[in-house]
Write a protein that binds this ligand. Structure first.
Ligand code: UDP
Length: 242
């Protein structure tokens, strides 16, 4: 048995090697960052909560036919995943105007979009993860036209599944970010995580615009009760069948 080697440490997770070169161990951290890591903090128990939420959502998506990197959850904050080459794109799906869409277009926060929208951002911290045009994406060889088509289709299908799932939890899925990777056969797999760190989730049982926020915006905007919001998401998600 070779000792696990730390392969990569990101803002929210650490990736370790395992005895099997096709399998990695992803350890979820309690560290929280926002605004391209200019704001830093700790959300107590976030690693365990996000790992539990992401595990449940990956299992749900796999059951609905979405290929994912998820294998299993050997410990509360650990996920075994298939080794993939991450495509350096942040694929954002939006159902309701919020965040950078509101800030950059003037669309009021909370405006429902006529149809879901998929955007591609360049996953590059040094450049601040800029929004891409298709031409820029192809110029930089970040993905092929066929891959972009597949990513768009997968993102919209994942959105349909997650909207329905979160609705059962009495949560509105406002927007979220996905990352994908390529396996050894160059097949596209959903990777990274889906959690309150990467989604905007609004509590349907709260009318107040600040009270309803159940995601990392509570941390970004100093709204307080961050841990209890994540806890609430976890309880509602885990209460649903996969
Ligand atoms: N998002 C993310 N990581 C990023 C940027 C965005 O998980 O590096 C998520 C964010 O939580 C939200 C969605 O993607 O659910 C859209 O984010 P937006 O472009 O509005 O950026 P923000 O204003 O949140 O930085």
């Amino acid at each position: 048995m070779s000792a696990p080697e730390k392969l990569y440490e990101g803002k929210a997770k650490i990736l370790y090697s395992t005895d099997d070169p096709d399998i990695l161990l992803s350890c979820f951290k309690d560290d929280a960052t926002a605004f391209n890591a200019q704001k830093r903090g700790v959300i107590t128990d976030k690693g365990r909560m996000n790992c539990a939420i992401a595990t449940h959502l990956f299992q749900k998506l796999a059951a609905m036919g979405i290929p994912t990197h998820f294998i299993d959850q050997p410990a509360p904050n650990q996920m075994r995943v298939k080794a993939v080459k991450i495509i350096p794109l942040e694929v954002v799906v939006r159902n309701i105007a919020a965040g950078s869409l509101s800030q950059q277009t003037g669309l009021a926060l909370g405006t429902p979009l006529p149809q879901p929208m998929v955007e591609f951002y360049y996953k590059n911290d040094a450049l601040g993860d800029p929004l891409l045009t298709r031409d820029r994406l192809f110029l930089l060889n970040l993905a092929t036209p066929d891959q972009v088509e597949q990513l768009q289709t997968l993102a919209l299908r994942i959105n349909q599944i997650l909207i329905a799932f979160f609705h059962q939890c009495q949560i509105t899925l406002v927007d979220f970010k996905l990352e994908f990777g390529l396996d050894a056969q160059e097949q596209i797999l959903l990777a990274d995580e889906i959690s309150p760190d990467t989604c905007r989730l609004w509590n349907q049982l709260e009318a107040d615009p600040e009270q309803r926020v159940m995601d990392k915006d509570r941390f970004r905007r100093d709204l307080g009760n961050v841990e209890s919001a994540y806890q609430q998401v976890m309880e509602r998600v885990l209460a649903q069948a996969v």
